[in-house]
Design a protein. Structure first.
Length: 200
């Protein structure tokens, strides 16, 4: 079913990029472990992701509608990106790390909000992942809106899980074996979406 496929493609691509170990995830986990303004932190991360994903998908969609060359470049660039990320995930699965978070001294609500915005918006990878990569793949889907919904849903699920269940997830996320499994699944999802994008 095209509707389900579009949503799931967005969910898988979004999840594959968002779940990868990084400064933002460590920051959110740290706030959750401290139980310090976790709702605000999660909402900021989800809102920023949603805005950037929508800007990437629908901004690029307008461009691609008017250029066959741009469409082909985006198509095969998206395939190359997905395969490259799958290979990186396989490498991480072979040499797994763990997600851990330092617990700095308590800060005011304003300080935490500013820190969350900095970790999210001053990280160049967030623009590469959400605007460029998710945007390029999503803009050429049959249903870009459903793809966007899937990608945003993945972000909401992940950050709400980290924020609300950080204490419970921490021992699980600290095990390299857990990330070996996650990255193996991520690699399969990426290759599956790449295959679908490459098919005529």
């Amino acid at each position: 079913m095209p509707v389900v496929e579009g949503y799931l493609n967005g969910f898988f691509v979004g999840a594959s990029l968002i779940i990868a170990i990084g400064a933002q995830n460590a920051f959110v986990l740290g706030q959750s472990l401290k139980r310090e303004h976790t709702l605000s932190v999660a909402l900021i991360c989800m809102s920023c992701d949603a805005l950037l994903i929508l800007a990437g998908i629908f901004g690029l969609a307008v461009l691609l509608e008017h250029s066959t060359l741009a469409m082909q470049l985006a198509r095969w660039g998206g395939v190359a990106f997905l395969v490259a990320y799958a290979l990186l995930a396989l490498h991480r699965a072979l040499f797994p790390r763990a997600l851990s978070a330092a617990q700095p001294p308590a800060r005011s609500h304003r300080a935490v909000i500013l820190a969350t915005l900095a970790v999210t918006l001053l990280n160049p990878h967030v623009y590469l992942d959400t605007v460029v990569l998710i945007g390029a793949v999503g803009a050429q889907q049959q249903s870009p809106g459903l793809f966007a919904l899937g990608a945003v849903s993945a972000s909401m699920l992940w950050f709400s899980s980290l924020a609300l269940a950080g204490s419970s997830l921490s021992p699980w996320l600290a095990r390299p074996g857990t990330w070996r499994l996650i990255d193996g699944v991520v690699a399969v999802m990426m290759l599956s979406v790449a295959w679908g994008l490459a098919r005529p």
